[in-house]
Design a protein around this ligand. Structure first.
Ligand code: SAH
Ligand code: SF4
Ligand code: F3S
Length: 479
């Protein structure tokens, strides 16, 4: 029988709904099945840092006798690794706690814990506000989980939200959750010192600290030895990575770390996120250009295209600086380098003209992809304390919809540029929509789908792209 031909019409059909209606970006632990006594079910919200932390938590608790499970119904311990970045993120978690509460009524022995950024922001207030929560643990206190769980087992409720100046969990080998066995995250730093005025992260994650360079390279090497083909180096601001050995003889910046990881093997792809426009250097861009296995893709959040708003946001760069960095990317890495951004619509006092400057910046850069939000005031941030959140919600939403519409045009243009060319694709798995097709990503981080034939997960395949949507490239493998 001939291969079914994948058409664009086919792509538009919705994927089958999940058994539990969790938002698409929530990650649920996968089962480990190694015969441990108790079962941990962990849901991770927010960013990749949280996904990565959940793997560290699972590792710590594995040593304490917990297997992970993907079924809430089987769990002895439920942990929600939470996000505070926007109000909506917190509302989602509160809602989920209600559902888990209903579940706990049927299983009175079930323990429920809240980890991550909401735990850090709300601290013991969580225990007052959410009666079902037994355990509240902030992002730097996961090593204390075994002790805290013993307290909870003894009938107490337990909290540890101490932030640390040096915790990087460097010595903990994460249990890879949600793993396709091909791509993995490696946290290279924690915290953030930037104090963007809208942002809660410096309060929930504490001071910036970089992890021992040797432990990062070792983790990449171990992953490669286990068959992994791609690592993503994670940090809120990877370009400010700096690590010095204790005797002071060795100093490693981000460009040098990137190079060391790239040297693990030419067959190991290296990605990283997030780059802060104030810190990304030409040295990093030249390192990317030197190594074929460092992917040609940069997530470079602009937040706004207007210099006055950027100053109010305390981003410490202006429109010209940002455009200079984009010009450096184009000069050193070429027009093919994928660039994505984050944008905030309707920040305090943003005028209509200033909003137009965000759109014109987007026109200039032509991003491949963007995460776009309307401004959500977060308690305790500089903006919440000092600047009035004065843009009405309907205006914020209208501006956001204009930003989204503009991005859709640009995503399509950038995808169209990929059509008619051959791309090296790392296969991550079978396409969600057809078992006859494989799905992977090209160097620029675009999803590529092609007929399966004899190829399998983990293969690098050259794919000739013949058509596209704004988010997906479709093609055929070429020998
Ligand atoms: N460290 C990254 C951002 C991490 S937070 C950086 O500096 O680029 C991810 C994104 O959430 C931010 O880039 C921003 O666009 C968005 N964000 C953060 N706080 C927000 C808020 N209060 N309202 C709306 N969006 C916000
Ligand atoms: Fe938040 Fe700014 Fe730090 Fe990013 S760089 S995490 S936006 S404070
Ligand atoms: Fe990430 Fe959300 Fe915390 S974006 S760092 S989980 S506030």
């Amino acid at each position: 029988m001939s291969q079914p031909i994948l058409t664009l019409d086919f792509l538009d059909k919705a994927a089958a709904p999940a058994a539990e209606q969790l938002p698409a970006d929530v990650r649920v632990s996968e089962p480990t099945h190694t015969g441990r006594q108790r079962r941990l079910y962990i849901e991770s919200y927010g960013c990749q840092m949280n996904y990565s932390d959940s793997e560290i938590v699972s590792s710590i608790l594995y040593d304490e006798g917990f297997d992970t499970t993907a079924e809430l119904a089987e769990a002895d311990l439920v942990l929600l690794n939470t996000c505070s970045i926007r109000e909506k993120a917190e509302i989602t978690v509160r809602q989920r706690l209600k559902e888990i509460n209903a579940h706990k009524r049927r299983r009175p022995g079930l323990l429920v814990g809240v980890l991550g950024c909401m735990a850090e922001r709300l601290k013991s207030k969580f225990l007052e506000e959410e009666q079902i929560v037994d355990l509240v643990v902030g992002p730097d206190a996961y090593r204390d989980l075994p002790r805290l769980i013993k307290e909870v087992d003894g009938g107490q409720r337990a909290v540890n939200v101490l932030l640390s100046r040096d915790e990087t969990y460097a010595d903990i080998t994460p249990v890879r959750l949600n793993s396709n066995g091909i791509t993995a995250f490696i946290s290279i730093m924690r915290g953030c010192d930037n104090m963007c005025s809208f942002c809660v992260v410096p309060f929930t994650r504490g001071r910036e600290r970089s992890r021992d360079a040797h432990s990062v390279v070792q983790e990449a090497q171990d992953l490669f030895n286990k068959g992994y083909k791609e690592v993503t180096l994670l940090g809120q601001n990877v370009d400010s990575y700096k690590w010095q050995s204790e005797d002071g003889s060795e100093f490693v910046n981000f460009a040098q770390l990137l190079e060391r990881v790239a040297l693990v093997s030419p067959e190991l792809r290296v990605r990283f996120s997030t780059s802060h426009p104030k810190d990304i250097t030409d040295e990093v861009l030249h390192t990317m250009a030197r190594y074929d296995n460092v992917c040609n893709y940069i997530h470079l959040p602009a937040q706004s295209g207007n210099s006055r708003v950027l100053k109010l946001m305390n981003r410490t760069y202006d429109r010209e600086w940002y455009l200079d960095r984009v010009a450096a990317i184009r000069r050193i890495l070429g027009v093919d380098c994928g660039i994505s951004t984050d944008m905030i619509a309707g920040f305090c006092s943003e005028t209509e003209e200033e909003h137009q400057e965000t759109l014109s910046l987007m026109d200039h850069v032509q991003y491949d992809m963007a995460y776009m939000f309307f401004y959500s005031e977060r308690p305790g941030t500089l903006a919440a304390r000092k600047i009035e959140d004065d843009i009405p919600l309907d205006v914020k939403k209208r501006r956001l919809s204009e930003i989204i519409a503009r991005q859709q045009q640009h995503s399509l243009i950038r995808s169209q540029m990929a059509v008619g060319k051959v791309h090296r694709v790392l296969v991550e798995g079978v396409s969600k929509r057809s078992s006859e097709h494989l799905s992977g990503r090209n160097d620029q981080n675009k999803v590529v789908i092609f007929p399966r034939k004899h190829y399998k997960q983990g293969d690098y395949v050259n794919v000739f792209v013949r058509e596209c949507t704004s988010t997906t490239l479709l093609g055929d493998a070429v020998e």
